[in-house]
Design a protein around this ligand. Structure first.
Ligand SMILES: *Cc1c(COP(=O)(O)O)cnc(C)c1O
Length: 426
């Protein structure tokens, strides 16, 4: 194939990529096909998708069951307005999802992606208190959190290189340290000093902060923090956009704690990673506060493609696969393999803080620079693994494996071998 007519070079003259410095970034690899845990470029080269295409894929690429359901739905109904009208995929998906979510969740609100699911939850929380005649203005979140790239979602995310230019435009949020047995009483004292009666909600990524560097934290201290919030009537928003659908081992990360959230945000794995769809669920208590003859108590939020039938149908197809016991077995298998690889990481002198939660394995490469997204090693690491045809896109000097659940043992072994090789080059 002539390079100057390749997809990759045509891309370079018309496209602006996400999270990409277009002046210095290498030409993108043009992916034309996917199968299982692998993607194939325009020259037929195979890549192992070890980070699930930005954490969305769970059952593998071009899964036939998902493709068939999508095609069938496309011949039936592709889209219709969702205010005043409904359709089978939306109702079926809501029913099936509520069956497997933490038990207090009663209502499903559809949107388009993880960021919009977060926006909806924030609006629900703020308007809940307003509708009850007790408006509250404060919101809690964790330092280093990531909840998306729209303005509300950025506001509740840690201030970072991602938000720097926009910081003055973001609403104020009180940021908490991640809980541990050592600091939990301090954190609770910190909230108590913030006039808890003024706090509308606390939004968090349960047990695993994704974009913040695959940071894992203590479930017991976290549960204690949540219990304190409940006692102060602070609404709990569990952002399970990344942790949902099995990533942390259990179906949802909130299953590791005893406290029930008031709202849950879902996206990424929701459609098995095949289409964009967002969901915000809530308890009956939240929902009820919007019921009124007063139209001003309505939740005025919606998107053109709210509850798109095609997206809902692939989410249903993904649910078929996800609720099959074979899926949980695959997650256990990946966890066990990671566990077997862990001692090698613990022994490597260039690595620190190797950690594991469910299907996610993460660690830092020790460098002279500060840890984090801007660490220069990131680009180098990305390039090293790309050359080996392993898609590992590090967060700065944090490297992690977050594979589709269908990844085979042999493919996982190739990923481990590439990491082993990187270690030996340092
Ligand atoms: C990715 C992510 C989001 C944003 O989702 P998008 O679909 O990318 O808008 C929100 N919260 C968490 C925890 C995420 O990992």
């Amino acid at each position: 194939m002539l390079k100057n007519t390749s997809l990759s070079s045509r891309d370079l003259s018309v496209i602006w990529h996400p999270y990409t410095q277009m002046q210095t970034a290498p030409a993108p690899i043009a992916i034309v096909r996917g199968e299982g845990a692998c993607l194939y470029d325009e020259d037929g080269q195979e890549y192992i998708d070890a980070t699930s295409s930005w954490w969305v894929n769970i059952h593998g690429h071009a899964h036939p069951h998902i493709a068939q359901q999508l095609a069938a739905q496309a011949l039936q109904l592709q889209h219709c307005i969702f205010a005043g009208y409904t359709h089978p995929p939306a109702v079926n998906l809501a029913e099936r999802l509520l069956e497997i979510l933490p038990t207090q969740q009663r209502r499903v609100f559809y949107s388009d992606n993880g960021s919009t699911a977060v926006e909806v939850a924030l609006k629900m929380a703020l308007q809940y208190w307003d509708n009850k005649g007790q408006p509250k203005r404060k919101i809690l979140a964790f330092k280093n959190a990531y909840h998306g790239d729209t303005f509300g979602a950025m506001s509740v995310s840690g201030r970072s290189v991602f938000t720097r230019v926009f910081d003055d435009f973001l609403f104020e949020v009180h940021f908490l340290d991640l809980p541990s047995p050592e600091n939990i009483s301090q954190i609770i004292a910190d909230i108590a000093a913030q006039q808890p009666a003024q706090i509308a909600a606390f939004i968090f990524e349960p047990l695993l902060q994704g974009a913040g560097g695959m940071v894992m934290y203590d479930a017991t201290a976290f549960d204690e923090l949540l219990q304190y919030c409940v006692s102060e009537n602070i609404l709990l928003i569990a952002d399970e956009v990344m942790t949902g659908f099995g990533r942390t081992g259990k179906n949802f990360a909130m299953e590791y704690v005893s406290t029930q959230p008031d709202m849950i945000c879902l996206s990424k794995g929701l459609t098995g990673g095949s289409m964009a769809l967002g969901i915000t669920t809530c308890t009956h208590q939240i929902y009820e506060a919007f019921l009124s003859t007063d139209k001003l108590k309505t939740l005025f939020h919606g998107h053109s493609f709210t509850a798109n039938p095609l997206a809902c149908s692939v989410a249903l197809a993904s649910m078929d696969l996800f609720t099959d016991p074979a899926c949980a077995q695959q997650r256990t298998r990946i966890h066990t393999r990671h566990q077997q690889f862990l001692p090698e990481l613990q022994q490597a002198t260039i690595i620190k803080n190797p950690r594991l939660l469910g299907t996610v394995l993460a660690f830092e490469i020790i460098t002279d620079n500060v840890d984090g997204y801007t660490n220069k090693l990131g680009d180098q690491l990305h390039h090293f693994f790309k050359e080996k045809r392993i898609m590992l896109r590090p967060l700065g000097n944090t490297l992690y494996i977050l594979p589709p659940y269908c990844i085979t043992d042999a493919q996982l072994e190739k990923v481990y071998a590439s990491i082993r090789e990187f270690i030996s080059t340092r």
